[in-house]
Ligand binder design. Structure first.
Ligand SMILES: Cc1cc2nc3c(=O)[nH]c(=O)nc-3n(C[C@H](O)[C@H](O)[C@H](O)COP(=O)(O)OP(=O)(O)OC[C@H]3O[C@@H](n4cnc5c(N)ncnc54)[C@H](O)[C@@H]3O)c2cc1C
Length: 371
């Protein structure tokens, strides 16, 4: 008998499994031949406090100490490394940056407005006739996404949990004795289901006859262009209106249009025009003169109607827990929402690190979509 079945092997599924495995028998089921094949393997890998819906930010804050001090036996190298984030503003965008600075101070981000000279010292390729200044968040850091995913995998297996690939869940049924979970290969019985199926969250709920919460997957394309040793210390540069960004990744430069186009849940692929438009905008704001693309990919950032996480038990289906709607902050907030989900499944008081960061389970409760 498996107590808990987690559906989805992205960062959300393994974060939940890692926090639940010490308390019950956990089996994680992933449809693909490999874990982290979808959105989790396609991110920009940044930790930044001043980002995402207000209801999400306490979960990012609550994740910081885990990311700085992961369990020693589960990791070989630090999960965070210095990066910094520099929002770039044209003269007409400087007001937006001041607003963003205010939001940042409310989220505990130590950000400050910088003038053009300071922008040019940090990123000399910025065009001084286009950009007027910036907002610097020095505490933003790169995340080792594969390393973090692996930490959760090791925590799960060390506690006796199982992670199974090639196991698309095709049927869910509730009976008096719990839940029946059918996959393409087998049938399992459990007390608790955790729906961490990312863009497919509403589809998985539908298998159990549970109405959707209204998730919208949104495309975002990223691509690598040739970089240089000279770029590796640059902070990540983001347009004040999020119309493009670029960030050093080794000796390459990771770039994006930062687009948010609604999509069905699918294995999404880049479209040439999104890459071309991003290159045009980055070349307008800098002297980088990008002409070659080394590689490109698209991931789906999935949002609930109010932009906040959906974590909690479905009111009409005891034992069915949602863990979806991670949007653009699903990597950086994973330790926090993994701990939150476990505490909701297990019951009892909210752990101190979540309560201390201002996490409020009412904000993530799926019942907000059921009135
Ligand atoms: C370009 C880009 C940049 C980003 N940058 C950042 C960033 O800098 N920082 C940050 O924190 N976040 C970032 N994100 C967002 C982050 O990547 C996501 O929030 C996060 O990966 C979502 O994880 P997930 O586990 O919910 O989804 P996924 O990784 O998509 O995992 C869901 C899994 O469920 C499986 N599944 C679906 N249906 C079934 C089924 N029926 N049976 C079994 N398995 C099933 C899927 O195969 C999939 O593996 C970025 C995203 C993109 C696209």
């Amino acid at each position: 008998m498996t107590d808990i079945v987690v559906i989805g092997g992205g960062i959300a599924g393994v974060a939940a499994a890692a926090h639940l495995a010490p308390h019950g028998s956990v089996t994680l089921l992933e449809a693909e031949p490999a874990l982290a094949y979808h959105t989790t393997g396609r991110s920009a890998a940044l930790f930044v406090l001043n980002y995402g819906e207000q209801g999400f930010r306490p979960l990012t804050k609550a994740s910081e100490s885990f990311l700085l001090n992961p369990p020693e036996d589960a990791t070989g190298a630090p999960l965070l490394s210095e990066r910094g984030l520099l929002w770039l503003g044209r003269p007409d965008q400087m007001g937006n940056l001041e607003k963003l600075a205010l939001e940042g101070s409310e989220s505990g981000a130590n950000s400050r407005i910088v003038d053009l000279d300071e922008v040019l010292q940090m990123i000399p390729v910025v065009r001084p006739d286009v950009v007027a200044g910036g907002l610097l968040e020095p505490s933003a850091q790169d995340i080792d996404v594969a390393g973090l995913h692996q930490v959760f995998v090791k925590m799960t297996t060390a506690a006796g949990g199982k992670l199974l690939t090639n196991q698309q869940v095709t049927g869910l049924k509730r009976s008096d004795s719990g839940w029946q979970v059918r996959t393409v290969e087998q049938e399992l019985h459990c007390d608790v289901i955790v729906n961490a199926a990312g863009a497919w969250g509403d589809v998985v709920a539908g298998l159990a006859g549970i109405p959707p919460v209204g998730l919208t997957p949104k495309r975002r394309t990223a691509f690598m262009v040739p970089g240089s040793e000279d770029f590796v210390r640059w902070p990540m540069a983001v347009d004040a209106d999020q119309k493009f960004y670029f960030k050093a990744d080794g000796v390459q430069l990771l770039c994006s249009l930062a687009e948010q186009r609604p999509s069905p849940p699918e294995d999404s692929r880049p479209q040439m025009e999104d890459v071309a438009l991003a290159i045009e905008r980055i070349n307008e704001a800098t002297t980088l003169g990008i002409r070659t693309v080394n590689s490109q990919w698209t991931g789906l950032r999935t949002f609930a109607p109010d932009g906040n996480l959906v974590a909690g038990e479905e009111p009409e289906a005891p034992g069915f827990f949602w863990l979806v709607g991670q949007g653009g902050t699903g990597i950086q907030a994973a330790p926090g929402y993994g701990a939150l989900l476990a505490s909701l499944v297990l019951g009892g008081d909210l752990p101190d690190e979540l309560a201390g960061a201002g996490v409020d389970p009412a904000v993530t409760d799926p019942s907000r979509f059921r009135s």
